[in-house]
Write a protein that binds this ligand. Structure first.
Ligand code: G3P
Ligand code: CA
Length: 373
């Protein structure tokens, strides 16, 4: 019995997957026979909690998306930051995703983690220099650490000159599976759906080094029953190529992020359009064939230099059938658009009046003060 089941058990442990239903009686029989009780327990132990919330997309008309959690108040991309944002009224929590050396998706804004963890103290010798999407970056990179190593780290505030460091050294770097389980449990506790809005970070880089993001992302969604069109999930990317591929592999709603310049994968594939090309009416119509919406930098909707007035982007996107979620509303005056003189509530009101369908924000409570739930 052991020899028969051992390859399956090893595979389950490696992938963190549940045993298929048809295997469970076999495993139980093995346990009952006293052959493999420990292995049976071991093969189910790594599986994240099941998501049991009803998966019906009933998004409010204006989405409050917790940008890296409540990152104005807690170290970003921690379970504690996400939970606080939901308590403040966020509809969706936003994990940026990168990969560990052993292929586990974790929530970090970039693969270099020197600025948001204590890795420099705990692994000083692991500092290195790499070229990531054309930029030379020195530091510590998630792809050089196993999940077990990353779990020894604690999160730190990215902007210590501006935001509280009182929570530094307390919180773990979470896995995407843990973020999904948190969204489910918070949603059930609050009697409403709490969605997730994962972003693939540096997807071409990770695929090139043999640690693609998309497959484990969809596998995680599969495990919790959220790899479906009506799940409370958006997958976002600054790249174009991986969204095009994802569109052939999942019905989860996709969001094309955009800023100035060009998608990072244009450096590898000159046929990829620039962001300026993507946001033309024709570019938006082409996007609408496979994405649900766009995520523009806020200046692409309300340009900072102008005293008033919006670009045509929201109108053009809506005409193409696309939703518009802008980033990023931050309450600190230095981050508020210049035309609002540091008044973040006025900025939020202006985006509502401009017709956007949601905002990413570091301070969900501030946005909720303007757009009640
Ligand atoms: O994903 C929307 C927004 O978060 C994009 O900016 O750099 O904070 O991931 P970034
Ligand atoms: Ca992001």
């Amino acid at each position: 019995m052991f020899r028969l089941l051992h390859p399956t058990i090893v595979k389950l442990r490696a992938t963190g997957r549940r045993p298929r239903a048809r295997l469970v009686p076999l495993l139980v029989a093995a346990a009952g026979a006293g052959v493999a009780p420990v292995l049976f327990a071991a093969c189910v132990r790594p599986v994240p909690p099941a998501v049991t919330s009803p998966v019906v997309v009933a998004d409010p008309p204006f989405l409050v998306i917790a940008h890296r959690g409540a990152s104005g108040y807690r170290p970003e991309h921690t379970l504690e930051s996400y939970a606080l944002a939901v308590a403040m009224g966020a509809d969706y929590i936003e994990p940026d995703l990168v990969s560990t050396k052993d292929g586990v998706l974790v929530a970090r804004h970039e693969n270099e983690i020197g600025g948001t963890t204590d890795v420099a103290v705990k692994f000083p010798a692991r500092r290195t220099t790499k070229v990531i999407d054309g930029d030379t970056v020195s530091g510590w990179f998630t792809e050089d650490f196993t999940l077990a190593e990353l779990r020894t780290l604690r999160a730190r505030e990215r902007l210590p000159q501006l935001r509280s460091t009182a929570y530094d050294g307390q919180f773990l770097v979470p896995t995407f599976d843990e973020v999904l389980a948190l969204a489910d449990s918070l949603g059930r506790a609050r009697g409403r759906v709490v969605g997730v809005y994962p972003e693939t970070k540096h997807p071409s880089h990770f695929r090139a080094i043999g640690l693609p993001l998309e497959e484990p992302l969809l596998a995680s969604l599969d495990r919790v029953g959220w790899n479906r069109a009506d799940a409370p999930v958006f997958i976002q990317s600054f790249e174009v190529g991986n969204l095009r591929t994802l569109a052939t592999r999942t019905r989860v709603r996709l969001i094309q992020l955009m800023a100035e310049g060009a998608p990072p994968d244009r450096a590898r594939d000159a046929s990829i359009p620039t962001y300026a090309e993507l946001r033309t009416p024709a570019g938006l119509r082409a996007l609408a064939a496979y994405v649900h919406g766009i995520g523009p930098e806020k200046g692409l909707v309300l340009p900072g230099a102008q005293a008033d007035g919006a670009t045509t982007l929201v109108r053009d996107a809506h005409a193409a059938g696309l939703k518009v979620h802008v980033w990023t509303i931050r309450a600190e005056p230095r981050f508020v658009g210049p035309r609002f003189s540091g008044d973040v509530q006025a900025e939020v009101r202006a985006f509502v009046e401009a017709g956007v369908d949601g905002v990413f924000t570091d301070q969900a409570d501030v946005v909720r003060g303007v757009v009640p739930q």
